[in-house]
Design a protein around this ligand. Sequence first.
Ligand code: FES
Length: 723
Amino acid sequence: MTKKHTVILQPSGRRGKVDEGTSIRVAARELGVEIESICAENATCGKCMVLIEEGRFEKYNVDSKREHLSPVGSDEQAYFARRPNLLKTKGWELGQVRLSCQCKVLGDVLINVPEESRGNKQIVRKSARERAIEIKPSVRKYYVSMTPPNLERPIADWERLAKGLEISMGLVRRGEENLPRWSDLSIDYACLRTLSSTLREAKWNVTVSVWQDKEVIAVQPGYVEESYGAAVDIGSTTVALYLCNLRTGEILAAESEMNPQIVYGEDVMSRIQYSIEHKDGLEKLHKAIISTLNKLLKQAIKSANLSLRAQVAKQSSDEEENPTDEVPLFSQGLLRREEHSPRNDMKTDEILEMVLVGNSTMHHLLLNLHPKDLGLAPFVPTIHKSVDVKARELGLQINSSGNIHVLPTIASFVGADTSAMILAEEPHKQDENWLLIDVGTNAELILGNRKRLVCTSTPTGPALEGAHVEYGMRAAPGAMERVHIDENTLEPKYKVIGVDGWNTDHAEFRGHVKGICGSAIIDSVAELFRAGIVDSRGKFKKGLGSTSSPKGDRIREGASGWEYVIAWAEETSIGRDIPITQQDVRQIQLAKAALFTAARTLLKRSNLESPDKIILAGGFGSYIDKEKAMLIGLIPDCALENVYAVGNAAGDGARIALLNVEKRKEIESVTRRVERFELPTDPEFQNQFMLATSFPHMSESFPHIAHLIPHRVPDPLAKNFMK
Ligand code: FES
């Protein structure tokens, strides 16, 4: 039997027994304390640092010692070796401070989780947009009233129901060619197994749900008006689920969670790698996403039921005052009012269909298809076409006869989420050339119009989401989300998630800031460039002299090179200055060069100088300041009024496909004619990438933001890369 040890976490005071060998980070989660991580526990982010308190703690009856944790491993050593000043400034020593993702419990320990390591629930920026969607779901409901069998007409239950569907509801009309007849209908086996008992219990009056006018997937007693479905966008970082009413299109609940696969790899390549290197890798990754989807379904039903109950209560009181014949079967005499009562307790088996989208790796892991060939030349997925599969085959807890529809993929790294984005934004119906960009750890780009669409993808790395940036963090309370620098005084001001206004609007602004999230990282780098603190090649300019800050020079040489302090220690909740460092600027340069080069390649292949419109999709795209994004050359030059952020377009596309079955056919045909370009095989890629590392670019003029940087001078290095 595995030995157990006591772990006590301070300052929360949570404690409990955990198995020997459990990492402190996992133990903390088991005990209800979330510890930060943005490197998928790869010992590279340092966000999970904890301190071990040594000695005898009578109150808890434990002897806590560093030897009660596994020895400091090579990855952990390497992390601290790269930051020699980190321990010095805090007065800590290695062994006392540990990376909680790396150290394992070998005995009783009391652990102090410092403020900066405490996890906050990320603000998941994936809310759904109001959209006009024509409702034509793939699942339709039909009320069927049958005469019970007797000795003269002993027809079997299924045939009786199918004929009932044909005759009563005109699902299949006799005499019309090309329309299926009752004998063309089928019934899902799981539904067939309960058919006889349901028909008898319901006294032969049932509501039948038919999928794509060909398969019966649910038979419910009496008259049931509503059907439900779920649309899901599986991102590498976040999973968003929208529970919808299939009759009205209304979003009943929207829920999101972090993608649990992140512990196996922070980006798609590392997850593919994990599945290749571990025998049970695919199984673990697949199960992780399925269990999260089931959790989200449960949460969504809970929230939807709360609002349904409120609606029903209101409806009942309204009806008492003004009775109506809103249900058509009342007026036709087919249904008595007492046989129909409004529903207020939706259950998982009333969810009859799910539409899912995700990048190609998420798509394969969801469908339990091995993703190894996505990561190896010639980079081919198992399937491009859309997939319909029974929910029960994937272990998804909706109606077991319900179907899962997964949108088509376009290329190895341009997946079903991009198909959904196209469906939502419709570049294929435009005369102008639109550039759609979905920014994440991987960026997907689509360019074109009704005549031609081209696409590509590029890894942008996690820097844009706050990882690999010294004080980077996810968008959570305590994260800076906006930064502005005065070009005369070089003094900054900033906004923090969870606090209204700028820090300078408050007489006292202390103890709130913990780190910098993606949108503020873009702001900071753009502002450093605009204010002339860094040059167009991203280098800090030395000798700018003291600023007007009473605390001293914000531009200083720090532990890892030059840096600019945005928040002094006393303004933060971590007790340390929060700077943007030279290294951070470099990380952003690499990410933005990758994205810009991808866009430039597509423009060139389409013989265009610039797009007519830029659409930024994804949670990150919605929160970045478009002017700042253009100022650093993250996106190509374009009139700013033609740059739009559209939020979670992939989630919107999934919802459209859920609510309108014809849209599934439309996107199937559009995706087959999108031309794909692989960037690494482009002979100009390296030179273009080098040109794009400068702010905003080494050779391009960027007329729409030129007024913001009047000090800009041509870079003599440019000609070396312009061949
Ligand atoms: S270093 Fe432990 S989670 Fe990143």
